[in-house]
Every structure is written in C-alpha cells, then in structure tokens.
Design a protein around this ligand. Structure first.
Ligand SMILES: [Zn+2]
Length: 210
C-alpha cells in the first residue's frame, strides 16, 4: 500500500491494490488518486507493432513526387536527406535523417524490446536499465521532433521542385498519431512492477505524484 496526499485537498491516505480498470478516489473531495489500467502493455505492444509496419511503409514508399523543369521524380525520406547532402546542405541532411529516421526507429525498437521482454514475468533486470536510459532519450523520440525533421526536408526540397505528397507522407502522418497513442497507452509503472531485481526483491515503487 502506498501513501499519497490528495493533489486537490492534501488529505493523506493509503491506496489499496486496485483491480484492473479500477480507480481510487479521495473520500473527501472525489479527486481521482490512482487508476489501474487494463491491458496497458498489450495495447502498447499492438500499437508499437503497427507503428513498426507503418514506419517501414513511410521509409520505403515515396514521401513526395517532385517535378522540376519538366522532369518527374519521387523521393523517400532517406533519398531526400541524401539529395540535401549531395547539394551541400550536410547539416540539414543530418538533422532530417536523425529526426525522421534514426530517432523514431530507435523508439520503436526500444518499445518492442521492452514490451516483449515483460510478457513473461519476471522481466529481466536489463529492462529496468533500458527504461531509465529511454527516459533520458525521450525528448529525441517525440513525434514533434520527427515532424520538424519532415517539415525541414519539405521546405528545403520545395525550394528545388514542385512537390506532391506521396504515400510515404500519409504514412508519416499515421506514424505521428500512432506515437501519440503509444505514449498515452504505455505506463512505465506497469513495466516496473514486472521487473525482478537481481536480489530477488520487487523494485521500489515509484509514485507518479512526485
Ligand atoms: Zn481530496
């Protein structure tokens, strides 16, 4: 049982273990103090697998069609970054490659590893280390950063040619929605609960409130 102070009225109270889908409310003011998500990890896994498929589509199908001086061409995200590099915009090329390809790929791989590793509890100790590491990497795997990378790519390429959105562009849009859904669904607390410490003890409980 953990002791928490109600964020609304400061009443100190103990929260009993909750059933899946259960909620604990403050007896004095009715503020929700804790929730126990249903199948949080399974849903996060389903979303992450979908994101992996959409990521592959986003990176293999044309991001946009280009037409310049009567010639037609199409490019993928990586192809676009490569073109920028060739044309002397090395810094932009690296930013686009990192934000739009490397960071999201890393995020998907990390989520898949953690979510698959905790399916058979107790989860290996390394999962706890990974979660900690991922926490420091999180600002880089945000979809806003990816969006920024794509936008920079678009603006730079639009300077050179007329741009029409391709399948890859719609896939990127879908990926941004999926990433947001994963972040809402995934509760690291659920993973911590399943991590077995090297000494055989359960990990210390972390409270979200502090
Ligand atoms: Zn209260």
């Amino acid at each position: 049982m953990e002791t928490v102070a109600c964020p609304d009225c400061d009443l100190l109270q103990r929260i009993p273990p909750l059933p899946p889908g259960g909620k604990a409310r403050c007896p004095r003011c009715g503020e929700t103090l804790a929730t126990e998500p249903i199948d949080s990890l399974d849903r996060a896994l389903a979303l992450t697998v979908t994101a992996a498929i959409v990521f592959i589509v986003a990176n293999t199908s044309p991001l946009m069609g280009l037409s310049a001086v009567g010639r037609q061409a199409s490019t993928t995200i990586v192809g676009g970054a490569y073109q920028m590099w060739v044309q002397g915009q090395e810094v932009t090329a690296v930013i686009v490659a990192f934000c739009a390809v490397i960071a999201p790929a890393g995020y998907i791989l990390f989520m898949l590893t953690v979510l698959l590793a905790v399916r058979r509890p107790p989860a290996p100790h390394g999962v706890g280390e990974m979660l900690r590491w991922a926490h420091s990497m999180q600002p880089w795997s945000m979809s806003e950063v990816m969006m920024l990378g794509i936008l920079v790519a678009l603006i730079k390429i639009a300077e050179l040619a007329t741009v029409e959105p391709g399948i890859g562009m719609y896939a990127v849009g879908g990926l941004i929605v999926l990433f947001a859904a994963i972040m809402v669904t995934f509760h690291p607390r659920e993973v911590w609960k399943r991590v077995k410490w090297a000494d055989g003890e359960a990990p210390p409980r972390t409270t979200d409130s502090d």
